[in-house]
Design a protein. Structure first.
Length: 250
C-alpha cells in the first residue's frame, strides 16, 4: 500500500446528486441542511497523489476550498504540501491542512504537535480552515481497523490530539470520519460532537446518511473520491460567505 494515501474508496459517481445540488440542494437530506445553505460551497481535498495541482484550473472549475494532506503519524510529511497549500491560497482558494491519524504509533498529543509543526497551523485571516484530523479504518492492517485500541482509549486519543491542536493554534480540529468507523471504534461516543465540526465521508449516496453519534449536522461532506476537481470531492454545509466566517473562527 502506498505510503501517502487514504484507503481505497468506491468510484461510483453521484451525478444525479450533484446535479440536484447545483439546482438548489434538494438531493441532500433537508433536515441536515440549514436554510441558508441553498447553494453549498464546492471544494475538494488532495494529497501527494495529485502532485503539483493546477490551482487556477481548480478555481475556474468552481473550487472555493480545499483540504491538503500535511502529515501522517510522526514520520511523514507530504512532499507536495507546500505547492498545494500555498498554491491554493495564491489562486484565491480557502485552504486548510489535515493529518492522517495512526493512533497505534504514538499518542494523540505527539501526533498533533508533529502536525502543527509541519503545516497544521491556523490563523484568522479568512483564508485558512481549521486543522483537520482524518481518522478512519486502519489502511495498513485491516484486522485491526480500530488500531488495536479500546473504545475508551480511542476517544482519549482523539481528545488528546484535539487538546494539543487547540493549545497550539487556538482552534479545535475538524474531525473527518465515517459514521461506521466512529460508531464502531469509539462505541458511538458523543463526547466530541458539541466542540468539533464534522467532516463526514459517505460515497455512493445522494445524502450523508446517518451521522456519527452526537452530531446533528455536518460541516463538510466528502461525497466522492473523484470528479471535476483534483482529489476527493467535497461540499461545505453553507454558502461561500458562511465558509469564510467559519474559516475566521465565528
Amino acid at each position: 500500500m502506498a505510503r501517502d494515501r487514504k484507503p481505497s474508496r468506491h468510484r461510483a459517481r453521484l451525478v444525479a446528486a450533484v446535479t440536484a445540488l447545483a439546482a438548489g440542494g434538494t438531493a441532500l437530506a433537508l433536515a441536515e441542511i440549514p436554510a441558508a445553505a441553498a447553494s453549498p460551497a464546492k471544494g475538494h481535498d488532495v494529497s501527494s497523489h495529485q502532485k503539483n495541482v493546477n490551482w487556477p484550473s481548480a478555481k475556474a472549475k468552481g473550487a472555493t476550498f480545499v483540504y491538503v494532506k500535511a502529515t501522517e503519524s510522526t514520520d511523514y510529511v507530504s512532499p507536495y504540501f507546500t505547492q498545494q497549500y500555498n498554491g491554493a491560497r495564491a489562486a484565491g482558494i480557502i485552504r486548510g491542512a489535515y493529518h492522517f491519524a495512526l493512533p497505534d504509533k504514538s499518542s494523540g498529543t505527539t501526533q498533533a504537535a508533529y502536525f502543527v509543526a509541519h503545516g497544521g497551523g491556523w490563523k484568522a485571516d479568512g483564508w485558512t480552515l481549521p486543522p483537520a484530523l482524518d481518522i478512519e479504518y486502519n489502511p495498513y492492517d485491516k484486522k485491526h481497523g480500530c488500531y488495536g485500541l479500546s473504545k475508551a482509549r480511542t476517544v482519549s486519543w482523539i481528545k488528546a490530539f484535539s487538546a494539543e491542536v487547540k493549545r497550539e493554534t487556538g482552534r479545535r480540529p475538524v474531525i473527518y470520519t465515517t459514521a461506521h468507523w466512529w460508531n464502531t471504534c469509539t462505541g458511538g461516543s458523543t463526547a466530541l460532537a458539541s466542540t468539533h465540526a464534522l467532516w463526514i465521508a459517505r460515497h455512493e449516496s445522494a445524502d450523508t446518511g446517518p451521522l456519527p453519534a452526537g452530531w446533528s449536522y455536518w460541516t463538510f461532506w466528502q461525497y466522492d473520491n473523484s470528479g471535476g476537481l483534483p482529489g476527493d470531492q467535497n461540499l461545505f454545509n453553507g454558502s461561500l460567505s458562511q465558509l469564510k466566517k467559519f474559516a475566521r473562527g465565528y
